[in-house]
Every structure is written in C-alpha cells, then in structure tokens.
Design a protein around this ligand. Structure first.
Ligand code: C2O
Length: 347
C-alpha cells in the first residue's frame, strides 16, 4: 500500500535537538481536508538565481513576499517559520503513518523524496505570490549545474534583506567560493583548483544521469510503502548530490544550522532555491526519458500528502496528480531553458 498522510491530531515531539524537539504546527480540530483543485492560471517560469539578481523589479517582489511571510502571526500556516517547520515535521518524525501508527513518516531516503518536495515548493511559491498579489511569481533556482551558478547565490547574501540568514558556513558563502558537489562535513575541504572542482561537478552530474537513466530507483530512490521505515542507503543519487549542498551551506559546527540539519534547513530561504534546482534536475531527467512514468507502481503513484494551499485550505495531493501531463505543467510552472554544460562532452 502507498504511504498515507498523518493524522494531524497526533503530532509527536520531533527528533530535532536544534529546535528543542519542537516543530508541531497549531492544530485545528475543525479543519477539513479537501481535494486540491489544480490551478488554472498561466504558466510561471522559474529562472536562475544568478540571473534574477539583476532584475531589480523581481528582486523587490521576492524580498517583499518573504518579508510579508515573516510578518504573519506566528501561528498562521503561511508564517515563514510555520512553513519551515513543515520540513521538520516530515523529516524529523513528528508524524506517524496513518495506517501504521508506530511508523514515522520520513520524506527523504526513498522514491517519495522528489514528489513530496515538489509539492512543498509548489505551495510555498504560490503562497509567496499570493502575499504580493502576483500570480506570475516564482522561486529562483540555484543553477549549480553550470559554472556561473556554482557559488552561493548572491541574492541571499545581503544582510539587510529578508532573504539573509546568518547561520551559514561563512567560509563557503562568501567571496565566490566554488561549490563542491561531493562535499561532506566530515571530510577536509577539497584542495583542487576552482576549474578542477567545476569540472568534477559537471562530470559528477553527467555520470549521475548516465547511470540512472534506465533505472529510476538509482536517480530518485528506492520504494517505501505503508508501514515501512525508510532505509538511509535507499536514497537516489540526486538526493545524495542535494545533501552535499545542504552540508556545504550549513554551519560547520553545532547541528549545522540552518541548511545542514533537516529540522532547520527550510529556515534559510536558500533552501527553496536549492530545491528548485533539484526539482529542475528531476524535470530534465523526465524529459531525457521521454516523459515516461518513473515507477509504474500504485504504491508510488498513490502516495498522498497534505499541505495548506494559497487559499488557506488544507488539501490532499497524490504523487500521480502532478504527473498527468508532460513536465510539471499541471502545477502551472516550468523552468527557463538554460544551457546544460554537463549533457554533452565536458571540456
Ligand atoms: Cu527535505 Cu533538501 O531536504
């Protein structure tokens, strides 16, 4: 059977010492769960973070939207920290599976990693747009699969901006340091030159796609079904690359806040920018496979999640619902086409 959403009335202390194990949302017993009516608005186009940097009008909107989100009452489901806590709830065991009460829900390390995060971003993006009354608004993507995007995105580095977060590894986020997609907190920094690291990153992405094109488990993660606990080694290679970016941004000490710890990661706005590129990598993967369904398995297709949408409705969504059409167009967004320097021969 597929993974089902939790019974929201039962939220347990999370295994999240960085937050004193607290990340449960306010609970409203009268709230009903609706089917999500997929938006019929025009297509939104997500753009690279290093490009939108120079679009003053866009940047003003983005900052204003996040500022408004931060200023909402602390218990509002759209409040910035409530939105971040969603990640903690589903990653740090605050909820248990409805049909298997002693098994926690974990949205990493398996084939639900990509669909769950896609919906998370989708709702987050539309809520930000709603807050500034702009139905074209998109989150930018951290284009770390191209040379110009392989540094920490400058738009998150202005200390006076609501997009700023002081809890980062300052050695990495400052001064154009090149991102290392094989970075691990426990190991020494790479001593390779910038151009070598860039080349290694591109080769790593190329190899990841090449190796996993015919077998979706390798890219997306292994199955997880109702009543099963996740297995850490079951994650897909895209998730592994994604972890390196989390570790590289988070503080090198403590619990590696914010980005380096599940419970706090989404408190840094760059989280959504990073995940936007992860989502884009999945989109490219799909296209390269001729938009074939990754898993013809109802336990994947019927995996079900709950979110608050941009109308403050609590809605239920299934993995399959985002896959009905080519690309994620059912969710009414797409990605600006940019060069893929890892796809062909790497110089
Ligand atoms: Cu839910 Cu980047 O992790």
């Amino acid at each position: 059977a597929p993974i089902m959403p939790p019974d929201l009335s039962k939220c347990y202390p999370a295994t999240a010492p960085a937050l004193d194990n607290k990340c449960c949302p306010p609970y409203d017993p009268g709230e009903t769960i609706s089917e999500y009516s997929f938006p019929a608005t025009h297509l939104r186009v997500r753009r690279p973070a290093h490009i939108v940097k120079d679009d003053q009008e866009y940047m003003d909107k983005y900052k204003e939207a996040v500022r408004r989100m931060k200023n909402l009452p602390a218990d509002h489901p759209w409040n910035y920290y409530q939105q971040a806590n969603i990640h903690c709830q589903y990653c740090n065991y605050a909820y248990h599976q409805q049909n298997a009460d002693d098994v926690p829900i974990q949205v990493h390390f398996s084939w639900i990693f990509l669909p769950w995060h896609r919906y998370y971003l989708h709702f987050y993006e539309r809520i930000l747009g709603k807050l500034i009354d702009d139905d074209t608004f998109t989150i930018p993507f951290w284009n770390w699969d191209t040379k110009d995007g392989m540094t920490f995105p400058a738009i998150f580095q202005d200390a006076a901006s609501p997009l700023y977060d002081p809890r980062r590894d300052q050695r990495h986020v400052k001064d154009g340091k090149i991102l290392d997609l094989k970075y691990a907190i426990t190991e020494n920094e790479s001593t390779a030159s910038d151009s070598e690291i860039i080349r290694e990153n591109l080769c790593f992405i190329q190899k990841t796609f090449k190796h996993s094109l015919s077998l979706a488990e390798l890219f997306m993660g292994d199955p997880v079904r109702a009543g099963e606990k996740e297995i850490q080694e079951a994650n897909g290679q895209l998730e592994v690359i994604h972890n390196a970016v989390h570790s590289w941004v988070g503080e090198p000490s403590g619990y590696n806040e914010n980005m380096g710890d599940f419970s706090t990661a989404a408190r840094d706005s760059v989280f959504f920018c990073h995940h936007c590129n992860v989502d884009r990598m999945w989109d490219i993967y799909r296209n390269l496979r001729g938009n074939r369904v990754e898993f013809e398995d109802n336990d994947w297709l019927d995996s079900t999640f709950l979110f608050h949408d941009e109308n403050e409705q609590l809605v239920k969504v299934k993995a399959s619902q985002m896959l009905d059409c080519l690309n994620p167009t059912k969710l009414r967004y797409t990605f600006e086409q940019v060069p893929l320097p890892w796809l062909g021969k790497i110089n």
